[in-house]
Design a binder for this molecule. Structure first.
Ligand SMILES: [Zn+2]
Length: 321
């Protein structure tokens, strides 16, 4: 019988209150509900401990986002406007709280990794974050959860060198923007080629700026790219980059919209690929971070494929090898 390692999942019921206008909007509360249902029926369930997300404070968000943007975001939500910056970014009165809990949940995950006996923590939150820029909401994202978590790790626990591995189907323009001048945070993204895909950034030529040249790695894949192409990219580009960087901590920006059934991208990943990715991410955590790994939910919009892929990833991640 397969044994699994313990997994901690951080979330908050108020992440469901971020209403994007109904089921026609791909980033809707059903995403978290279906993941929860899938995990309750999973063989992994007995190995899961659930923790409640704390609320990020303004100062935690201001490590990247501008104060004027944060005021504008709060005001837009509380005034009852239905979107900010672009109609994609639907919000409601409760959204501001959900946004603070999403980022706060990633900080709670860092606390658990550093202070408790937790090695594998999944921050199962929404709204997602990797497209959010300093002063702009973008692509269903409002505050950049991975950026907030990385800075929190550095400021509160003195972890200097952090790698963020983002395998959402889309390039995490916000994470890149936050760290492209920073040699201490290595942003690595495997995504569908920007010529064909939102948000249009993440060309292989984008390698960082100034002191940060060399600690941004973009690996674009052509439309239709499958499991083998993903795994080749991981082996050929990502693993050697991590070996030369030697991260102290790793954050995974985990998007599941590269699944073949998810029409938000042209990628053709299988559910099984996410299980292999889980195993590989755990190996990297063992190699560099004493087995500690923070995984943050980003995209994934085909509900059944999302739930199955999250379960597959977490089973691979926690599998005793
Ligand atoms: Zn995405």
């Amino acid at each position: 019988m397969t044994q699994y390692k313990p997994l901690t999942i951080v979330s908050h019921s108020q992440c469901l209150d971020h209403d994007t206008g109904g089921p026609e909007h791909p980033e809707n509360p059903e995403r978290l509900r279906i993941i929860n249902r899938q995990l309750k029926a999973s063989p992994l369930f007995p190995y899961i401990t659930e923790k409640i997300a704390k609320r990020a404070k303004r100062e935690d968000i201001l490590v990247y986002h501008s104060e004027s943007y944060l005021f504008r975001l709060e005001e837009t939500a509380l005034r009852g406007q239905t979107y900010i910056d672009h109609p994609d970014n639907q919000i409601c009165f409760e959204s501001y709280e959900a946004i603070l809990l999403s980022s706060g949940g990633c900080m709670t995950a860092v606390d658990l990794l550093e202070e408790e006996q937790c090695d594998l923590v999944f921050s199962c939150i929404r709204p997602p974050g990797h497209h959010a820029e300093r002063a702009m909401a973008f692509g269903f994202c409002f505050v950049n959860n991975a950026v907030v978590a990385a800075r929190y790790w550095q400021r509160h626990y003195g972890r200097k060198k952090i790698a963020i591995i983002d395998w959402d189907a889309h390039h995490g323009n916000g994470i890149q923007d936050a760290f492209e001048n920073d040699p201490d945070v290595f942003y690595i993204s495997i995504h569908e080629h920007p010529t064909f895909s939102f948000p249009g950034t993440g060309y292989a030529e984008e390698k960082g700026l100034g002191e940060g040249v060399g600690t941004t790695l973009n690996v674009p894949l052509p439309p239709g790219a499958d499991d083998q192409m993903f795994l080749r990219a991981l082996k050929k580009f990502v693993e050697p980059a991590l070996e030369s960087f030697q991260p102290e901590r790793i954050i995974i920006s985990a998007g599941f919209d590269g699944h073949v059934l998810d029409d938000m991208s042209g990628l053709s990943y299988s559910t099984e690929l996410y299980g292999i990715i889980g195993e590989k991410m755990d190996c990297l955590a063992q190699k560099y971070c004493q087995g500690k790994l923070l995984t943050i939910l980003e995209g994934g919009y085909h509900l059944e494929a999302l739930a199955a892929s999250v379960e597959s990833y977490l089973l691979g991640l926690t599998k005793c090898k």
